[in-house]
Design a protein around this ligand. Structure first.
Ligand SMILES: [Zn+2]
Ligand SMILES: [Zn+2]
Length: 328
């Protein structure tokens, strides 16, 4: 099979023409990949901003495919089933976090496309217990961004409570989905893009944002909550300054540049600053049930598998509207 392989951080991915698909273990399924989303986390892995990836590594954790072969103890899936594979690839089920419904924080979690091989390939292997069924309403490419951008956006929105108004800092793959969920809930969406990115602001307004502007400007009114998807620490004090008393700011990325010093008064008055890490399988089940009801419409930019480096470069340079998706 063909696979795009990272040999070492800060190097381009290498196309391997005759990679061996892994043999599925007892609880694993072998999946023929139809589409794999390109997430900002992939960039952080490739750029060496996340420590200790498996090497060599096949990145990619927004996988949509069909089951080609099942391991000897697989119970839920059979050959031909269409499934999605998310970032959370395995947990121990025994640590204090797993036992308290917080498997996203598992001490020994393994992550698809980071500590286990992912979906930038024609085939991948996943533990069936961490795969999700894909709603029939979504095609393969359209569904791929649901697996991380959608899920993390959903979890971030959940952690923001029940705001009437919510700001999105960074209007990329995650925000363009979460904004639709927010609107579905009757929340008013405010979008912050890179300063001067008028195309991105138009994109946000097209998805129902009541206001869109540069991240260097204040919103026209204080916000009940803000979600930060851009990996820019300077947005943290900006978002705190834009929220009401008791408002919540959620940092939704896995990596962010350092947060600059800011005066305590920005946090004062019971503002809450928190991060969101990974996902639980419950998030996945909830979100996959919700997505067709909204209904979420993903905007995608497909690339052939062999052009994974170009897809990553486009994302790095802010040239992707919605989500980039690799198609083998
Ligand atoms: Zn655990
Ligand atoms: Zn991701």
């Amino acid at each position: 099979m063909r696979a795009m392989v990272l040999d070492a951080p800060r190097r381009k991915l290498r196309l391997e023409e005759h990679a061996e698909p892994r043999h599925p273990g007892p609880r694993d399924v072998l999946i023929r990949v139809h589409a794999c989303g390109v997430c900002r986390t992939d960039l952080h892995v490739v750029d060496g901003e996340l420590a200790d990836p498996k090497l060599p590594l096949v990145p990619g954790h927004e996988i949509v495919g069909t089951v080609a072969e099942v391991g000897s103890e697989v119970e839920r899936l059979k050959a031909g089933d269409r499934v999605g594979v998310p970032w959370l690839g395995w947990t121990d089920g025994t640590c204090a976090y797993c036992r308290s419904g917080r498997e996203n924080l598992c001490d020994h979690a393994r992550f698809t496309g980071y500590t286990i091989d992912g979906g930038y390939a024609e085939y991948t292997v996943a533990d069936e217990r961490y795969c999700f069924p894909i709603p029939a309403a979504f095609g393969d490419v359209a569904a791929a961004p649901l697996l991380c951008a959608g899920l993390i956006g959903y979890r971030a929105l959940k952690l923001a409570g029940e705001p009437d108004s919510v700001g999105f800092y960074g209007f990329g793959a995650a925000a363009h989905i979460a904004a639709q969920v927010a609107r579905h809930r009757g929340q008013r969406v405010f979008a912050f893009t890179r300063p001067g990115d008028s195309a991105g602001q138009d994109f946000a307004r097209g998805l129902g944002a009541v206001w869109a502007g540069g991240s260097d400007t204040a919103p026209p009114e204080p916000l009940d909550a803000a979600l930060i998807f851009a990996p820019v620490g300077a947005l943290v004090p900006a978002a705190l300054a834009a929220t009401v008393k008791g408002g919540t700011v959620v940092c939704a990325g896995i990596h962010m540049s350092d947060i600059p010093r800011f005066p305590y008064r920005l946090l004062w008055e019971e503002r809450v600053l928190r991060s969101v890490a990974n996902l639980t399988r419950r998030d996945g089940e909830e979100f996959m049930a919700l997505a067709p009801q909204v209904p979420v419409r993903t905007t995608t930019m497909p690339f052939p598998l062999a052009q994974a480096n170009e897809a990553l470069a486009s994302l790095r340079e802010g040239r992707v509207e919605g989500a980039a998706v690799l198609v083998p």
